[in-house]
Design a protein around this ligand. Structure first.
Ligand code: NAD
Length: 274
């Protein structure tokens, strides 16, 4: 047996949330290329259709489902539909998330008027928490249900953030709290589900160029520059740089790993020398 056989996902079934864009799309591409069938879910119907058509044209077996992960009943229905279509689930990326609202510090290096604990819009706190924290719970809950029923174990991978480990002053308080919560939810679930051979791990990305926050990394040179300046390896990452890690965690290559978080941040958490 070759070491590369451990990365082979032939015959595996995967579901990805937030699959129409950014990291979720990269996870989808990674596991589809590895041989898995993938249900791509998202709230963006147009993006889902476009990306799924493109992937099918490349020969991959993907299906789509419109899903808002903050809706628990809809999440259950999407997993049930996945099981109906593909017959089971071995891989789940609990990935969908949003960057809502400002941090306490602006990209220009001043206090952000709307980003203080007493000025931040509480409704934005609620929506951020519903998606980034409760949405991750809704997803992992449904994934565990299907994987337990399948009886063959599985791999759940949650997208947390380096902001769950360190403080990014230009990122919102609610996002920090939600992602730290996801990291600890992953550890707790990993222990609970180990008996069923369901592994649960987290990816903690640093800054990747995606459409998060309306796509500022592509559109706003000032914010892009501020983020690049925090990266010891020099600049934000492209989503393709996430694919090897996604394949590793989804596959048997990581079969003794559970409850871990893998930081992939170009060294951001180390801080800059000056
Ligand atoms: P993105 O905006 O490119 O992709 C997110 C996708 O999730 C979009 O297609 C969007 O339509 C979808 N989505 C949004 N709300 C949803 C909901 N309620 N239900 C279902 N789908 C929904 O952003 P991304 O950067 O690829 O974000 C993916 C994950 O990575 C998020 O959890 C984010 O917090 C995390 N993350 C991103 C970065 C980064 O620098 N890009 C860093 C750390 C963590």
């Amino acid at each position: 047996m070759s070491i590369f056989d451990k990365f082979d996902l032939t015959g595996r079934r995967a579901l990805v949330t937030g699959a129409a864009s950014g990291l979720g799309l990269a996870y989808t591409e990674a596991v589809a290329e590895g041989g898995a069938k993938v249900t791509m879910t998202d709230i963006d119907a147009e993006g889902l259709a476009r990306e799924a058509d493109r992937l099918r044209a490349l020969g991959y077996d993907v299906r789509t489902d419109l899903l808002d992960i903050s809706d628990r009943a809809a999440t259950e229905r999407a997993f049930a539909a996945h099981a109906e279509a593909y017959g089971g689930l071995e891989i789940c990326f609990a990935n969908a998330g949003v960057g809502l609202g400002p941090g306490f510090w602006s990209p220009e290096g001043k206090r952000a008027p709307d980003g203080q604990v007493d000025t931040f819009d509480p409704e934005m706190w609620d929506r951020s928490t519903e998606i980034n924290f409760t949405g991750a719970y809704n997803t992992m809950r449904s994934a565990a249900t299907l994987m337990k029923a399948g009886g063959k174990g599985g791999s759940i991978v949650a997208t947390a953030s380096n902001a769950g480990l360190i403080i990014e002053p230009i990122v919102a308080l609610s996002y920090h709290a939600a992602k730290a919560g996801v990291l600890h939810m992953v550890r707790t679930l990993a222990l609970e589900l180990a008996e069923y051979r369901i592994r649960v791990n987290a990816i903690a990305p640093g800054p990747f160029v995606t459409n998060i926050g309306g796509g500022w990394a592509k559109k706003d040179p000032a914010v892009r520059k501020a983020f690049d300046a925090t990266v010891p390896l020099g600049s934000m990452a492209e989503t393709d740089q996430m694919k090897p890690l996604a394949l590793y965690l989804a596959s048997d290559a990581s079969d003794f790993m559970t409850g871990a978080h893998l930081l992939i941040d170009g060294g951001v958490a180390l801080g800059m020398p000056r």
